[in-house]
Write a protein that binds this ligand. Structure first.
Ligand code: ZN
Length: 377
C-alpha cells in the first residue's frame, strides 16, 4: 500500500517533468467529455480482469491505468467460474481482486465498484453483476440462481459481448428465450454494444427494444496501452455515465435509468436523448462575424466552433447554407477551435447550423442531427 503510493507519486512526478518537455502529449491520454446541462459526465470502464481470473496483471495496474486515462469509475469483474491461474494463485475468495484494487485506489478520486462475471455457456453467456456485496455467494450450480443472488444483493447486471464468436459463430447477437426470461424478471438490466475491439450492431437494437442500458467496455486482460494502442493515439472503449453526483450511488442510479453513451473507436453510441446534449455540450460557438474583403463586408459569416471533447466529430452539413472552405462532410478535431465560413446569402442577425453527426449512432445505422444556434452581435 505504502509502496504503491510512493510508486504513484514517483510516476506522477515523472509525468509532470515529461509534461514540461512534451507539452500536451502527457495530458492528452486523459479521456475528456463535458458535463451535460443536468448531469455530471463520468468516464467508466466496468469490465476488466486481473490475475484473479484470466487476466495477466495484478489489480494495482488496473488502478494505475485508470488514473492515467482519466477514468472515473472501474470494476474488476473476475470470472467466478473460470480460474485458469488457480494453480499459482489459489483464490478461494472471489472478492479479493476488488479488495486489493479498492485499497490501492484509496486517497485517489477513482471509484472502484465491486463486481463479478457470471461465466456460462450461451445462453445466457457471460454477464457482469455490479454493486454486489459478496461475490462468493454468486457461485451457484444453476445460472439463474446466480442472477437471482446478484439481484438480491442489489446488482445491476449486463450481458457481455453478445456478439462474441467464441460462443456464437455468427457473431450476430440474438436474444434467447432465457434472456427474455431474465429481462422479464429484472435480472438483466444492460447489454454491451461494444466489447474490447468489437461492435455488436444487433445488440444496439436489442437494447433499444428491451429498454436495456447501452454499455461498452475494454474487457482488458493484458495491458490497456497495448490492446488499444494508446501511445499511437488510440483510446480505451468506455461508457460515459450521466450521474447526478460523483459517487457509487450516482453511478448506480444512472446505470439503472439508462443514462449512458459508449465511446468506442471514436464513435459515440447511445440513446438520442443523451447523445444530442453530449454533442451539443462538446461543440460550442465562441465567436461570429461577417468576413470583410478589401474593406468591403461580405455575406460570408465566420463562425468559430470549439470542440471541448476527445471525439473527432464527423459532420455532414444539413443546414440551408453551404460552406466556403469545406465540403459538406468534414471533421472537427478534439480539443480544438475550428473556423467555419458560412455562405448565408444575406446579412442575418441569427441563423441555425444543422449537422448530422456521422460518428454518433442511436439505432441501426441512424445518426443524430444537432442544431447550433448562431447569433450575431
Ligand atoms: Zn470478461
Amino acid at each position: 500500500m505504502n509502496f504503491f503510493k510512493t510508486k504513484l507519486k514517483y510516476l506522477l512526478a515523472i509525468s509532470f517533468v515529461a509534461l514540461q518537455f512534451f507539452g500536451q502529449a502527457q495530458t492528452s491520454r486523459k479521456i475528456r467529455f463535458p458535463n451535460l446541462p443536468n448531469y455530471l459526465t463520468l468516464v467508466t470502464d466496468l469490465h476488466q480482469h486481473s490475475v484473479f481470473s484470466d487476466g495477466s496483471v495484478w489489480p494495482d495496474i488496473r488502478v494505475e491505468e485508470a488514473i492515467f486515462d482519466g477514468v472515473d469509475v472501474i470494476s474488476l469483474t473476475e470470472h467466478l467460474e473460470y480460474q485458469p491461474h488457480q494453480q499459482d494463485i489459489p483464490n478461494k475468495d472471489r472478492n479479493r481482486s476488488y479488495d486489493l484494487a479498492k485499497a490501492y485506489a484509496e486517497g485517489t478520486d477513482l471509484i472502484v465498484i465491486r463486481g463479478a462475471e457470471i461465466t456460462r455457456n450461451l445462453p445466457p453467456g457471460h454477464s457482469n453483476a455490479l454493486f454486489i456485496q459478496d461475490a462468493n455467494k454468486l457461485i451457484k450450480e444453476n445460472a439463474i440462481d446466480a442472477f437471482r443472488e446478484a439481484k438480491n444483493q442489489g446488482a445491476f447486471i449486463f450481458w457481455n459481448h453478445p456478439n462474441w464468436i467464441g460462443q456464437n459463430r455468427l457473431g450476430i447477437s440474438q436474444l434467447s428465450s432465457l434472456h427474455q426470461q431474465l429481462i422479464d424478471e429484472g435480472l438483466l438490466n444492460g447489454i454491451e454494444v461494444t466489447n474490447e475491439n468489437t461492435f455488436a450492431e444487433q445488440a444496439l437494437e436489442i437494447a433499444n427494444q428491451n429498454n436495456l442500458t447501452i454499455m461498452g467496455t475494454s474487457d482488458v486482460h493484458g495491458l490497456i496501452d497495448w490492446l488499444f494502442d494508446i501511445p499511437g493515439g488510440g483510446h480505451r472503449p468506455v461508457t460515459l455515465v450521466f450521474a447526478k453526483e460523483r459517487s457509487e450511488d450516482g453511478v448506480k442510479d444512472a446505470l439503472f435509468r439508462g443514462r449512458t453513451v459508449v465511446w468506442y473507436q471514436n464513435n459515440l453510441i447511445g440513446q438520442e436523448q443523451y447523445l444530442v446534449p453530449l454533442i451539443q455540450s462538446s461543440l460550442t460557438m465562441d465567436s461570429v462575424y461577417y468576413e470583410t474583403y478589401d474593406g468591403q463586408i461580405t455575406q460570408v459569416a465566420n463562425v468559430r466552433i470549439t470542440n471541448s471533447s476527445d471525439a473527432t466529430y464527423v459532420l455532414s452539413n444539413e443546414s440551408d447554407f453551404s460552406l466556403y472552405t469545406k465540403q459538406h462532410v468534414f471533421t472537427i478535431d478534439p480539443n480544438t477551435t475550428t473556423t467555419l465560413m458560412i455562405k448565408t446569402g444575406a446579412f442575418l442577425d441569427h441563423f441555425d447550423l444543422q449537422f448530422q453527426v456521422l460518428n454518433a449512432t442511436f439505432a441501426y445505422r441512424k445518426h443524430p442531427t444537432i442544431t447550433i444556434p448562431v447569433i450575431l452581435n
